[in-house]
Write a protein that binds this ligand. Structure first.
Ligand SMILES: [Zn+2]
Ligand SMILES: [Zn+2]
Length: 271
């Protein structure tokens, strides 16, 4: 059987394999196993059945999403800028039309993601755009077999002038966030979960080790989040799933302080 790419039908995680025996995201404690057994979708099947949408959510900030939903159904963010575009997180799959739009926006020079839940079809972005930099925190390298990391980092990496990756751990050991100083945004991975209504208005914020299973973080993990983001200025928060212009630095720190004031537990702080 030839080496190819397969998406887990349950969570959407991509593997470069000939016959994946299981899915490392689904077997992890943060996720559930598929109720009816493993099913892995060959790339050609996904390509034949999925398209997506591309929209500019703020000036120079583009969101790529896949439809119908695949796996965790995350968003691939693209920051269009002089000196080379930055892609952070990836959509579950990019159709030919989505890739053409990405190319028309200038392609990708810098590519990174917070942790495995944000990888999506990152392998496609590397295959098509051959970015100069593919940066992932070193503790997440074990999840990156579908693509090639050429710039692993420890605590911090200046991805491009004004754009810095910070290791935050917590939810995933190798989780990192991207601080966009020029845009005053924090791409926070799954450090935070934002509950939103159908219109995209945010109404609660929380932090978790595992969102679906309501496993809380420890105080040490919350303190690490706090110590990392307290020096960073931002007016908006972006998870792999939500764009939350309502959550600035003060709100994010208040949510962490609320968690630190209680016994470990999942608490959704109203916004
Ligand atoms: Zn899976
Ligand atoms: Zn996650």
């Amino acid at each position: 059987m030839p080496l190819s790419w397969f998406a887990c039908a349950h969570c959407g995680f991509w593997q470069h394999h000939f016959a994946p025996p299981d899915c490392p995201v689904c077997t992890d404690v943060r996720n559930d196993l598929p109720a009816d057994g493993w099913r892995f979708l060959p790339e050609a099947d996904v390509a034949a059945t999925h398209d997506g949408t591309v929209r500019e959510v703020a000036p120079g900030l583009w969101a790529f999403t896949t439809s119908p939903a695949l796996g965790l159904a995350g968003t691939g963010w693209l920051i269009v800028r002089d000196g080379g575009n930055i892609a952070f997180e990836a959509a579950p799959y990019y159709s030919a039309a989505m890739l053409a739009q990405l190319r028309a926006l200038g392609g990708i020079r810098f590519l990174s993601a917070s942790h495995a839940h944000g990888y999506g079809a990152l392998f496609q972005l590397q295959r098509v755009f051959a970015p100069d930099v593919v940066a992932i925190q070193r503790l997440d390298l074990r999840m990156t077999k579908a693509f090639r990391v050429n710039m692993p980092f420890d605590d911090r990496l200046a991805l491009a002038p004004g754009y810095t990756l910070h290791h935050v751990g917590g939810h995933y050991e190798g989780q990192a966030c991207l601080h966009d100083a020029p845009g005053r945004r924090l791409f926070c991975g799954d450090m935070f979960k934002i509950d939103q209504d159908a219109a995209g208005r945010s109404h609660a914020i929380s932090s978790h080790k595992a969102f679906h299973k309501d496993i809380p973080l420890t105080h040490m993990e919350l303190r690490q989040y706090r110590d990392t983001i307290a020096p960073l200025d931002f007016d908006a928060l972006l998870t792999p799933f939500e764009y939350a212009p309502e959550v600035d630095r003060a709100v994010a720190l208040a949510a962490l302080d609320d968690g630190l004031s209680r016994a470990p537990g999942v608490h959704r702080l109203p916004l």
